[in-house]
Design a protein around this ligand. Structure first.
Ligand code: CA
Ligand code: CA
Ligand code: CA
Ligand code: CA
Length: 287
């Protein structure tokens, strides 16, 4: 089913910089992994595989050399708006230049009318924390708020991954400026889709989203995961995404692998998006 709310829709997955350069002993690693299946508000449909996504991503980090102490895991009732924001702020403040930040979110996503004027399409995209109250839209976690939590962050290394509906709106519209053609890459400081508004490019850390700005992100009972996350995990587990066969998986390799499989599996219902900084596109995801 789509990870969507009624008028609002969400599937969001922050899956980020998994693994990193093993040769840099001084690099500190910070991961935040969030998965929400069971929502407090009875008006919100529960999801089935977001915790599986989060647990799968945690296992993948551990397999690739992360230490448990480097990973903050928030599942279901733990994943309140304040807990998520505080974890993001803590990571952003603790990281020194060159440190690695990994954020992964799987859960509902949504959008609401933009009241701050930062969105050319008039809607802010959001993730839906477990304590979201359908009677109070301020309990959503807006892309603006995530951007603020990252402000002052001193590192540009890592990756953020969102497996949630409308998550492409954290980056930009997937329609190219001028031609209107669909795009999948958005270059910080270069060519990108329309509607880019600086929500998450406040730092230069790459962002992967499971779907475009106006799309659902889906989970699947055969895969027992969000579709995009399933293919991310597959690409990492068997190093299937290692296109140049160097034994490591770069952000570009991982995105390309999950993107093409997600598009085929969903018959182009879902079009993943990547925001990248050219100088960091080939940062390794595997340590
Ligand atoms: Ca928007
Ligand atoms: Ca915004
Ligand atoms: Ca936005
Ligand atoms: Ca490679």
């Amino acid at each position: 089913m789509p990870k969507a709310l009624t008028a609002l829709c969400v599937l969001l997955l922050f899956l980020g910089g998994c693994f990193f350069l093993g040769t840099d002993r001084d690099t500190a690693f910070y991961a935040l992994i969030v998965g929400i299946d069971l929502y407090d508000d009875p008006l919100i449909s529960d999801l089935s595989y977001c915790k599986a996504d989060a647990n799968g991503m945690r296992a993948m980090l551990l397999q690739h050399g992360w230490d448990d102490g480097e990973i903050t895991l928030l599942l279901d009732s733990e994943a309140t708006k304040s807990a998520i924001l505080s974890a993001v702020e803590s990571m952003a403040q603790a990281a020194f230049p060159g440190d690695y930040l990994f954020i992964f979110y799987s859960g509902h996503g949504s959008y609401v009318t933009d009241t701050s004027g930062d969105e050319s399409d008039g809607t802010d995209e959001a993730i839906v924390p477990v304590d979201f109250d359908t009677g109070d839209l301020s309990t959503l976690l807006l892309d603006d708020e995530l951007g603020s939590a990252l402000s002052g962050c001193r590192t540009e290394k890592g990756v953020f991954i969102f497996d949630s509906c409308n998550s492409g709106g954290f980056i930009a519209s997937f329609f190219a400026e001028g031609t209107g053609a669909r795009v999948r890459y958005h270059d910080i400081g270069g060519a990108r889709g329309t509607g880019s508004n600086g929500d998450l490019d406040i730092v230069n850390i790459p962002v992967m989203t499971a779907s475009g700005e106006y799309e659902y992100s889906t989970e699947d009972s055969l895969l027992e995961h969000g579709v995009f996350t399933y293919f991310l995990l597959e690409g990492l587990t068997w190093l299937s995404a290692d296109k140049n066969s160097d034994g490591h998986i770069s952000i570009r390799e991982l995105f390309d692998y999950a993107e093409i499989h997600t598009k085929y599996y969903t018959m182009r219902f879902q079009n993943p998006q990547l925001l990248f900084s050219r100088k960091f596109l080939d940062i390794l995801i595997t340590r």
